[in-house]
Design a binder for this molecule. Structure first.
Ligand SMILES: C[S@@+](CC[C@H](N)C(=O)[O-])C[C@H]1O[C@@H](n2cnc3c(N)ncnc32)[C@H](O)[C@@H]1O
Length: 339
C-alpha cells in the first residue's frame, strides 16, 4: 500500500525502494522475518517495519536509505517484461493528454506498467485507468503489481488484443494512449472510446509508423495533430578558453590618444610581464575564481595581406556545455484531439 498515499512509517507489505548508492536503487516488499542482502551488509525487514521512510538505516558496512516509491522511481527499478517508457516521455504524455484527478484514461498495451503507474497517479482518486494487454502472463503480472501497490481500485487491467477486438468503451474516455507496433489498426475503436474533445497519443519509434498513424487519425476526424520527440539534454561542466582583444583602458581614449594607441598595440615581453604583475596584485582572489584566470597568448593576425604576430588575452573559465550529438531517441509522440 505504499503508492496510493503518502506515508510516514513503513508497514509490512509495503513496496520499499532502497537507495544503496548513486545509480543503485533496488525494490523490495517488506515481510516480517525476511532478510535483504545489500553491498553494505544484511538488512532485516523487521528493522524497517515501523521506521520512517527517508531515514538512513545502518547496516554492518554502511548505510542505506529506504524511500517511498513514486511512479518516477518505480520506472527505474521495475521488472522489465517489455521495453518501457521513461519519465521524459511520460511527463509530456500526461501533460498533453490533459490528465487530472477524475479523468478516465485508456492505455494499450500495458507492457511492464511503467506508464500505467504515472497515469493512475494523475487521475486518482476519482478517475480510472483502463489498460489492455494481449499477452496473458504480462497482463496478469501487471494486475498483481497494481494490487500489491494499493492501486487496484483505480485501474482495470484487461487481457485483450485491442486491434482485433477494440476497447468496448463508448464515448467514455477523456484520453487514450497507444504503445503498439501498429497503432493505426485500432484508431477506429479509439474514436469510439473517446468522448467529444478527447485527446489521443500514440508512441512509435519510426517516422513511417507516425505517417501511417497520422493518416488514420485524419481519416477518423481527429484534428490538431502534433508530433513531438522528447530528448533530455544534459549539460556537462567544462573548462573553456576564450581569446579577446584588449583595447586598453577606455577612459584614456578620450584623454590621451597617444597613450591609448600605445596600449592597444601588442605589448613587448617586458610590458607584458609588468602588466601581468600589476594585474595579479590588484586582482581580488574571489573575483579570479568566479571569472576564471587570464593569460596572454600569441596569435597570428592578417591585415592588408600581411600576417603578423599579436598578443591577445585569453580567459579560461568554467561553463555548462550540451553534447554536440544528441543521443537518446526513444520514439515520436503523436497527439491529436477528437471533436
Ligand atoms: C512496448 S510495450 C508497452 C510498454 C509500456 N508502455 C510501459 O511503459 O511499460 C508494448 C506492449 O503492447 C502489447 N501489445 C502489442 N500489440 C497489442 C494489441 N494488439 N493489443 C494489446 N496489447 C498489445 C505487447 O504485448 C507489449 O506488452
Amino acid at each position: 500500500m505504499s503508492f496510493a498515499t503518502n506515508k510516514r512509517l513503513m508497514e509490512e507489505g509495503d513496496t520499499v525502494l532502497l537507495y544503496v548508492g548513486y545509480d543503485n536503487l533496488v525494490q523490495m516488499q517488506l515481510a516480517r522475518g525476511s532478510v535483504h542482502q545489500t553491498r553494505y551488509g544484511a538488512l532485516k525487514h523487521d528493522q524497517l517495519i515501523g521506521a520512517p521512510y527517508g531515514k538512513k538505516v545502518e547496516c554492518s558496512k554502511g548505510w542505506i536509505c529506504p524511500l517511498q516509491p513514486t511512479p518516477e522511481l518505480w520506472t527505474l527499478v521495475l521488472p522489465h517484461r517489455t521495453q518501457i517508457l521513461y519519465t521524459t516521455d511520460i511527463s509530456m504524455i500526461v501533460f498533453q493528454l490533459h490528465l487530472k484527478p477524475g479523468s478516465v484514461v485508456v492505455e494499450a498495451g500495458t507492457g511492464s506498467g511503467s506508464l500505467s503507474h504515472a497515469l493512475i497517479r494523475s487521475v486518482m482518486p476519482n478517475g480510472r485507468l483502463h489498460t489492455f494487454e494481449f499477452h496473458e502472463e504480462r497482463c496478469a503480472a501487471a494486475r498483481k503489481e497494481f494490487e500489491q501497490h494499493g492501486l487496484g481500485d483505480y485501474v482495470t487491467a484487461k487481457h485483450r488484443d485491442v486491434c482485433a477486438a477494440g476497447f468496448e468503451l463508448d464515448k467514455e474516455a477523456d484520453a487514450l494512449f497507444l504503445d503498439l507496433p501498429a497503432p493505426w489498426e485500432c484508431i477506429t475503436s479509439a474514436s469510439h472510446a473517446l468522448r467529444q474533445g478527447g485527446r489521443i497519443c500514440t508512441f512509435s519509434p519510426c517516422m513511417e509508423q507516425v505517417q501511417r498513424t497520422c493518416e488514420a487519425l485524419k481519416d477518423h476526424g481527429f484534428t490538431d495533430l502534433t508530433v513531438l520527440e522528447c530528448l533530455s539534454r544534459p549539460f556537462t561542466v567544462q573548462n573553456i578558453k576564450l581569446s579577446y582583444v584588449d583595447f586598453g583602458d577606455q577612459t584614456e581614449i578620450t584623454t590621451d590618444k597617444k597613450n591609448t594607441v600605445d596600449k592597444a598595440a601588442p605589448p613587448c615581453k617586458k610590458e607584458r610581464e609588468d602588466c601581468e604583475e600589476t594585474e595579479v596584485k590588484m586582482e581580488d582572489q574571489q573575483t579570479r575564481s568566479d571569472q576564471g584566470s587570464e593569460s596572454w597568448e600569441e596569435q597570428t593576425v592578417s591585415s592588408g595581406g600581411q600576417a603578423s604576430k599579436c598578443a591577445v588575452k585569453a580567459r579560461e573559465f568554467k561553463t555548462g556545455a550540451p553534447p554536440l550529438v544528441m543521443q537518446g531517441h526513444t520514439g515520436f509522440l503523436t497527439f491529436a484531439s477528437l471533436y
